[in-house]
Design a protein around this ligand. Structure first.
Ligand code: NAD
Ligand code: GLY
Length: 380
């Protein structure tokens, strides 16, 4: 099966994620949500969907989605989950699956994830395991979800042992990113998503990083054209990388820039509101460039430029901007050694030869990591 063209509003752009029979489109633009029913029509095995969302997004956006489904003659019902990272656990997953089953589904039913990365991850996982695999569609409503989590098919939940440790690769059939939904997102969540946008520039697109230096503040202030350009560029980058390496055997690992440090910071702060995922990624990217400079891989000026841009965007780029606690480099290293990216006990980091020149480094010396962390903690 290949991705089929879908109906979309004129003010939208379409990108392809090329994965053979699992290929699909990403539609980015204003009003995409109001055309969801028409976009979905040709894709659905049966005209029946279950919308999964959280309480906030349900209040803000369910009506726009269901109106378009009604117009297209698609039967729907809605499952509303609590807001927040705590929803991504076994208890909420099992409750969700049981309610979806109790409501009546068959293999032609499609799930729609309407919300941020939390809703996308748990809904995609539920779709992957219900009746041994249902289709699902991503309708991301946060910047983070529009540029990262809705694309690429990583789904899952957290356990007490760590984040995203249980899940599967299950690609959506379509991603519908309506940029107008970002108008209601609070500034802190918007900035957290912006960290993932910056990531694409730092990985392999120095011209995009320079564009963000010039246009990032307009994007964060609400400039619609800047937002759309950044989302389309980010999605194109992610689609290309996922198309090359769907299951993270190689190049996809570059998307983890900032994540090894970031996950350790999140683990210390309890994976919640104290430090949002995107904020942790921002601090992690600054640390990854510090470590690259310390190892003589990249110029100190590049590490400074990364830090300066993150700070200008209002993101934490050092320990001074992180929630106050007695940070300890060895404790953070301990979290990193338990990260799922560790293989054979070897620490894997995404480091950089410069802005837009990221690479995966295996077996990074623990002493250098501790030294980089200690210096950053002391500097705070
Ligand atoms: P989130 O889903 O918790 O959403 C953040 C908050 O914004 C929530 O309170 C939500 O109710 C609210 N919200 C959502 N859309 C809104 C809107 N348009 N207006 C107002 N409020 C809105 O968080 P997130 O940052 O979107 O996603 C974080 C999750 O994504 C984490 O669990 C992370 O592990 C996961 N993630 C997954 C991938 C992947 O590839 N699957 C990649 C990156 C992150
Ligand atoms: N967010 C990292 C990935 O999708 O691979």
């Amino acid at each position: 099966m290949t991705a089929e063209p879908t109906a979309t509003p004129a003010a939208s752009e379409r990108l392809a994620v090329a994965l053979g029979e699992r290929s699909y489109e990403i539609v980015v633009g204003s009003g995409v949500l109001d055309h969801a029913g028409a976009s979905l029509g040709a894709l659905l095995a049966s005209p029946r969907v279950v919308i999964v969302t959280d309480t906030t997004v349900d209040y803000l956006y369910s009506a726009r989605l269901t109106r378009s489904l009604d117009d297209a003659g698609i039967a729907w019902r809605t499952e509303v989950l609590p807001v927040g990272e705590g929803t991504k656990d076994f208890r909420h997953l099992s409750g969700l699956c049981e309610r979806i089953l109790a409501g009546g589904i068959d293999r032609g039913t499609t799930l729609i994830a309407l919300g941020g990365g939390v809703i996308g991850d748990i809904t995609g996982f539920a779709a992957g395991i219900l009746l041994r695999g249902l289709d699902f569609v991503q309708v991301p409503t946060t910047l983070l979800a529009q540029v990262d989590s809705s694309v690429g098919g990583k789904t899952g939940i957290n356990t007490p042992q760590g984040k995203n440790l249980v899940g599967l690769f299950h690609q959506p059939r379509l991603v519908l990113a309506d940029t107008t939904t970002l108008d209601t997102l609070d500034a802190r969540q918007l900035r957290a998503g912006y960290a993932e946008v910056v990531k694409y520039g730092l990985i392999d697109d120095p011209a995009f990083f320079a564009w963000l230096e010039a246009n990032g503040s307009a994007l964060l202030a609400g400039d619609a054209a800047a937002r759309r350009h950044a989302i389309v560029t980010s999605c194109a980058s992610k689609a290309r990388i996922v198309g090359l390496d769907e299951r993270e055997a190689g190049v996809r690992a570059l998307l983890n820039l900032g994540h090894t440090f970031g996950h350790a910071l999140e683990a210390e702060t309890g994976f919640g509101d104290a430090l949002l995922h995107g904020e942790a990624v921002a601090a992690g990217m600054a640390l990854a460039f510090d470590l690259s400079a310390r190892l003589g891989l990249c110029a100190a000026a590049d590490a400074s430029r990364v830090r300066a841009h993150l700070i200008a965007a209002g993101l934490p780029a050092g320990f001074a901007a992180l929630p106050r606690r007695a940070w300890d480099a060895d404790v953070l290293l301990d979290h990193m050694t338990r990260d799922k990216k560790v293989r054979d006990g070897k620490l894997t980091f995404v480091l950089a030869f410069g802005i837009g020149k990221a690479f995966t480094a295996r077996d990074v010396p623990a002493a250098a990591v501790v030294a980089a962390l200690s210096d950053a903690i002391t500097a705070a």
